[in-house]
Design a binder for this molecule. Structure first.
Ligand code: SAH
Length: 219
């Protein structure tokens, strides 16, 4: 994919500014999140034929049966996981197109991202390199196991829905760290925010969401 497909019509910075304005209307107020969403060229994370739809508030296919999350969802996950901090280490499960990865990379020291589909992650690695997003480490694995090598993490972001919160991920969350994860509940999905305190984990239900499922094993 070329990074030069930019600057005109539906993919310009102005189109992105309109997306950001819509995010504000949808209740995203974190200025740093909005700034990151304005900076990352979302149209370069979808297939070329879909580029003109990249800034609509919709999920789009990225191949391999997976989707890039809608802008609101990416902004919300980021705002919940990062808040006003600038975390040093963020673990992401479900690299996908790398769009969420790039938004997180804009706001933290290093993103450690885990993806189970090797070919998808390879494509994404090249894409982010082309975009000069260098503070990302990639791991091809089942993200249900997290990435113990670099634990503990200041924040953990899961971009696929799980039946329950994986224990391995709870263990890899640092003290004071925050994890956001969509969980299957009553035939629906609920986004949960988990905050690790000195002695416990606090769990909050945030809102209903729609993600592809977290699948065990690798491909
Ligand atoms: N954040 C991505 C969303 C991709 S969809 C984006 O913005 O494009 C969710 C991703 O999670 C898919 O790429 C899927 O392959 C991956 N995934 C599903 N189960 C997984 C698992 N157990 N471990 C790692 N990645 C997983």
């Amino acid at each position: 994919m070329s990074v030069h497909r930019d600057g005109i019509g539906m993919t310009s910075r102005r189109t992105r500014e309109r997306m950001v304005q819509r995010l504000r209307e949808q209740g995203i107020f974190n200025a740093r999140v909005l700034e990151a969403m304005a900076a990352v060229p979302r149209h370069l994370f979808v297939e070329e034929a879909l580029a003109s739809r990249a800034y609509e508030d919709t999920a789009l296919p990225i191949g391999f049966g997976q989707t890039i999350s809608q802008p609101y969802t990416v902004a919300r996950l980021t705002e919940l996981a990062i808040g006003q901090r600038r975390p040093e280490k963020v673990l992401e499960v479900g690299t996908g197109s790398g769009y969420q990865t790039a938004v997180l990379a804009h706001m933290c020291g290093t993103v450690y991202t885990v993806e189970r589909i090797e070919a998808l992650q390879k494509k994404t690695r090249f894409r982010l390199y082309d975009l000069k997003v260098y503070n990302v480490k990639y791991h091809h694995s089942d993200g249900g196991w997290g990435w113990p090598k670099y634990a503990p993490y200041d924040a953990i972001v899961i971009t696929a829905a799980a039946g329950e919160i994986p224990d391995a991920l709870l263990r890899q969350l640092g003290n004071g760290g925050v994890m956001v994860i969509p969980i299957d509940q009553d035939g629906d999905q609920v986004l949960k925010r988990i905050t690790r305190t000195d002695t416990d984990y606090e769990v909050e239900d945030i809102e209903r969401v729609r993600f592809v499922p977290l699948v065990g094993g690798v491909n």
